[in-house]
Design a protein. Sequence first.
Length: 167
Amino acid sequence: MNKSLNGRPLEASEKIGYRAGTTCLALLLTKDKYIVANVGDSRAVISRKHKAVALSVDHKPESFTEKNRIEKAGGYVHNNRVNNVLALSRSLGDFELKHFSNRPYEEQAVIGIPDVVEVTRSRDDNFVLLGCDGVWEKYAESNDKMVEHLRRIITRYNDQEVMENLF
């Protein structure tokens, strides 16, 4: 467990953050496209004609393709967690879960490779919402409910008040 990706033991100074990790969600807005890169369970959604359009997919260990990669790397999924530890199948960091085999990085149990999605912008787009897992878990059961919740707030308040009353 205390080895770096190349198999040598870690020095004490190298172990800082060894078990820490994070998600990453980025949106590049061009003249005609949304380009979203996602690692983990942060989420991007467009409100298009007041309906949710997902721009990202949560990377959960129980999904078929993620679970298959985890098991091929020598890991397992228990309680919807990689090796009963991490509730994500993709993250930045979390190095303790990235050295199960002699496989290449992209075939490890947990990887930091993003899914990248491109969606054409439309005049029907109302807004784009980017949020971490806590936003989605606490305030909405679904993308559609979050879009509806935010739409009600936007139509009720001015820009400053929207930010103050969002959650």
